[in-house]
Design a protein around this ligand. Structure first.
Ligand SMILES: [Zn+2]
Length: 379
């Protein structure tokens, strides 16, 4: 092979294609009414106004498919935090909507905002409504956008809302998030070192919620009748265990943006046994680009920790078939210094090649595994 590293990366991104299974451009599109075809800035540290996954940086980074997470901030965040509430009041044009009315309607508005941004350039990006659609859109040389949802609080206690979401083309639901949602128990997932924790008095505990409620079982049973993938990120280890038991054998399970307890023994992360459990279903672990979760030592640079995590999942499962990238860019996260935004994702691919992963396996990690999950779980 004579081509340069850059050529090799571009070719692999084209062939794989590169998929990010958890990324939040919709937050900026909805909360700040951003035009996703404009890049603002990526900043050096945590910055809620930065822009790490707009379409310009996704294209620059050679990303082919995004599983675009729709997350409507829980009302508790504003109730628990005067500073956050005041900042949102001043800076977020949709503030009033964020703090009133139906969560489910707000979620649909966020979905509309994302689709509006997609429609600005139909020749370059398109919304996918099935796994086959993803292939067709990629063959047309465009970026494919897949709707996913983070946090079942938006269901507002009604499993029938899942029908609406399935009709809109939602491929995956992350059951838990920051607050009790009547579905499953969540872990405390706001980093302890994040400055807002000093300003706020977040009540982030599970408050004795059962691992999985009757409503949670009803949600899962409904999802088993729909083409919708279950994502266990943000649930407690006990909740995850209860969820695995409810899911049909042929359904792949996702953990879309996590690390492993081997390197950070936080309940947010997956144990070896759980990694094997997810692998048994044909599911995939999306490795998050956030040092806080990847490595208890919290280095500034992330790629060495990303590699250790990937290598560990490989060693535990004996294959490269259960690994993907779930960056969480624009999810109000603090990405590593060496991959600040989606334009730098070529470095992720370069790392895999430099570590000696064979090209066929690199393509699995970049996108083949994620596409396999879509084919099995989003028919
Ligand atoms: Zn998350």
């Amino acid at each position: 092979m004579n081509d340069s590293l850059d050529d090799r990366i571009a070719r692999l991104h084209e062939e794989a294609p590169l998929v990010d299974v958890h990324v939040h451009p919709s937050l900026k599109a909805y909360l700040f009414r951003r035009n996703l075809w404009r890049h603002y800035w990526s900043g050096k540290t945590f910055d809620p106004f930065s822009s790490r996954s707009d379409f310009t940086v996704l294209e620059k980074g050679g990303v082919g498919v995004i599983w675009s997470a729709l997350y409507l901030p829980e009302r508790g965040l504003f109730e628990d935090c005067f500073a956050l509430n005041a900042a949102a009041f001043l800076l977020v044009p949709v503030y009033r909507k964020l703090t009133s009315g139906s969560l489910f309607q707000r979620l649909l508005e966020m979905m509309d905002a994302m689709e509006r941004e997609v429609r600005r350039r139909p020749e370059r990006v398109e919304l996918a409504r099935s796994a086959a659609d993803v292939v067709r859109i990629r063959e047309a040389g465009k970026l494919a956008v897949v709707h996913t949802i983070e946090g079942a609080h938006v269901l507002e206690g009604d499993p029938d809302n899942l029908d609406v979401l399935a009709r809109r083309g939602v491929a995956m639901l992350t059951l838990c998030h920051f607050y009790p949602n009547g579905v499953a128990a969540h872990v405390d997932a706001i980093p302890k070192d994040m400055f807002v924790r000093d300003l706020c008095h977040f009540r982030l505990g599970a408050f004795g919620s059962p691992p999985l409620t009757d409503f949670g079982r009803a949600v899962l049973a409904k999802m088993m009748t729909l083409p919708m993938i279950v994502d266990v990120t943000h649930c407690t280890p006990e909740a995850r265990e209860a969820i695995y038991a409810e899911i049909d054998a042929e359904r792949p399970i996702m953990a879309s943006h996590v690390g492993v307890t081997r390197y950070n023994p936080d309940p947010y992360n997956l144990s070896d046994e759980e990694i094997r459990e997810i692998a048994r279903t044909g599911g995939v672990v999306g490795v998050i680009l956030m040092n806080y979760w990847l490595d208890a030592a919290r280095p500034r640079h992330g790629l060495p920790s990303v590699w250790k995590t990937i290598e560990h999942i490989h060693d535990v499962t004996g294959s490269w078939d259960h690994i993907a990238l779930g960056s969480d860019f624009d999810g109000f996260t603090d990405p590593p210094d060496d991959v600040r935004d989606a334009s730098q994702l070529g470095r992720f691919t370069a790392m895999l090649l430099e570590r000696g992963v064979a090209e066929g396996d690199v393509k699995r990690i970049l996108g083949g595994n994620a596409q396999r999950v879509l084919q099995a779980g989003w028919r």
